[in-house]
Design a protein around this ligand. Structure first.
Ligand code: F1P
Length: 336
């Protein structure tokens, strides 16, 4: 978890060195739509990436689970638009993802691009793929691969949009991440070890919804505790009924949420939940507030939230006497 910022620098160099080839599927093929796909964490980073691409490039982009492409390509590719499918997979061998990419390649107006950490995997060997070989994880649970694959996609969006300010912000991430690691670990420990709570809710707006899903999945995988993720205002439409004093809400703030933040936090606290707010500004009345003070815009800041989310799950697992690297019922690669 803690070495992530070191690996971000190398990802930036790999994308920068290979950008000619990497951007070709976008620039030559000129997709009308981009579909980001994957399974588990790799699907959740796709959720974040799709939002970012829409925001940065103004192109229609969405995330679909790889199994949707595999099981119903006619529905997924209905309309026959020129579509680029970007499939992410740490292992590069997850069955649904590998088969979904095969199915996609057979469609008339579809091109594919894979992202993986394993050069010798099925995804790494077939079709066009970006490989991040410096990110090798022993743990069953994915942490650094998530942030690095997401960063690679952010960098691509930066190069494609020609947004130099955005690229400069992304280049600062290794340094900013390193500076905030001790705080991420400390806060992850405080929140993770607090046994007053046994229900965790992660809320994230826009691209941060993908991060909320990732925080939820890490905690669920490592500890099997009850945990959910929602878009912040959607949470008010029904799910809010679960709140009580055993609920902890982790709120990943976003500039778009700012006009609604105060009343949302008031609602959550009135219903007895404790709120952990990670924000880029001070001033809101949360139970715990971490002001990141990164100076980064929202589309660049995503990676700074991840070590905290990972540490939270790690410390919760450790405090329960569980091995965070080897959760029950899980393997590094899910094959069908
Ligand atoms: C995807 C994934 C992980 C999850 C678990 C099983 O793997 O679902 O998100 O943590 O360990 O695999 P991949 O396709 O990215 O290798």
């Amino acid at each position: 978890i803690a070495r992530q910022p070191e690996t971000w620098r190398e990802t930036e160099q790999i994308v920068s060195a290979g950008k000619g080839e990497l951007l070709r599927p976008f620039e030559e093929f000129k997709p009308e739509e981009i579909l980001f796909t994957g399974c588990g964490s790799s699907y959740f980073l796709s959720v974040a990436a799709a939002y970012l691409f829409q925001e940065k490039l103004g192109i229609s982009a969405k995330a679909v689970p790889a199994s949707d492409i595999l099981m119903n390509p006619d529905a997924v590719f209905a309309g026959g638009r020129r579509t680029l499918v970007v499939g992410s997979s740490r292992s590069g061998d997850t069955t649904e993802l590998v088969r979904a990419m095969e199915v996609a390649r057979k469609q008339p107006s579809v091109r594919t691009l894979g992202i993986t950490t394993r050069p010798d995997s099925l995804l790494g060997r077939e079709g066009e793929a970006l490989i991040l070989p410096h990110v090798q994880e022993k743990s069953v649970v994915m942490t650094g691969s998530f942030s690095n694959m997401l960063l690679a996609l952010q960098l691509m969006a930066g190069h494609l949009s020609g947004d130099a300010a955005y690229l400069d912000e992304l280049k600062r991430l290794p340094e900013l991440g390193r500076e905030r690691m001790a705080k991420a670990e400390e806060l992850g420990r405080i929140v993770g070890e607090d046994r007053r709570f046994d229900h965790y809710i992660f809320l994230g707006q826009g691209s941060f919804f993908g991060l909320a899903l990732e925080g939820m999945l890490k905690l669920k995988e490592m500890t099997q505790v009850q945990t959910e993720a929602f878009n912040p205002l959607e949470f008010r439409h029904g799910p809010i009924s679960v709140l009580n004093e055993r609920c902890r809400v982790i709120l990943l703030s976003h500039r778009l949420l700012r006009p609604y933040l105060r009343s949302l936090i008031e609602d959550l606290r009135r219903l007895k939940a404790e709120v952990v707010l990670i924000d880029e500004a001070a001033g809101e009345e949360a139970d715990i507030l971490w002001n990141l003070e990164s100076g980064l815009s929202d589309p660049s800041r995503a990676l700074l939230y991840l070590p905290f989310l990972h540490f939270l799950a790690y410390f919760r697992a450790m405090s329960l006497g569980l091995n965070p690297d080897r959760p029950r019922h899980l393997n590094q690669v899910v094959v069908l």
